[in-house]
Design a protein around this ligand. Sequence first.
Ligand code: PMV
Length: 323
Amino acid sequence: MKASSATAFAHANIALAKYWGKADVEANLPAVPSLSMTLEALSTTTRVEFDAGLTEDSLTINGVVRSGEELRRAARLLDRVRLESQETRFARVESHNNFPTASGLASSASGFAALALAARQASGLGVDLGASSQTARAASASAARSVYGGYVVLPRAAERAERYLEAAAFPLTMLIAVVTQAQKPISSTRAMLVTAETSPYYSAWLEMAPHTYECIKAALGARDLDALGRAMEQSALAMHATMMASVPAILYFQEPTLALLRAVARLRESGIPAYYTMDAGPHVKVLTRPETAQRVASELGRVPGVEQVLSSALGSDARLVTS
Ligand code: PMV
């Protein structure tokens, strides 16, 4: 019998080589290749139930009813699954994040990956990971990468992400310094469009990002944390520099963001391997080895404006949850 409900679980991910910009806005294909690390400590669990009694899709996140853009994006993903599966019923979606749903904390990546798996299973399509990655990517390109564990690549203009390395191949720790938000940041979707239309550096970003990506891939392949970390910092700084030069300027940094970058630089000067990256929010993510994670976390926690420091090892593939 065709299943009409399913629950799935996916981890968040942080890009070491950043994606910023679309090769195709309508199809939501990325303009540059990206490479990420899946985070064990941050995850989303989502239940989808197609129900003939519903007159529209509904969405709750952490028990709170969502409307507006959040609901529209979930409904668009469900529409694609309905089209592919011939499911005609609307769905009830209940999603739970095990981490603070703060902007720039990659909740959309784990959220859309879990939603893609649960919706495909509930519609009877099944949970082929490649197909789920494609479903997730249409909603949020970074979500395509959350379908796989370990280190994951999403090539330029690709429909689906692919695993690059298993988690056990190079066990590293990602620390996330959560910064108090002074204002709600502009969404990454909107910010990418403004960058592409107005930043004089956008063409330079498109030219350099594939090279940085190749450096990061090679450094990971060689298990060279220093080369990896330096290229990762360059990827994040070049992405932010490109968007800062947009009109109007897109500035996700807040005061603690810069203080955290300085703290990471000081740690490195004292011989501790620690490297930073930042996404579409003020938080700073710091890559280090498991054995230095505690020392780095306590330094980051001392920076004024840091609310908490989360710590994560590499996570596994997204999967169905059977109750
Ligand atoms: O897929 P989106 O719209 O969440 O874009 C995410 C973009 C960055 O997080 C800034 C970089 C990345 O590759 O994850």
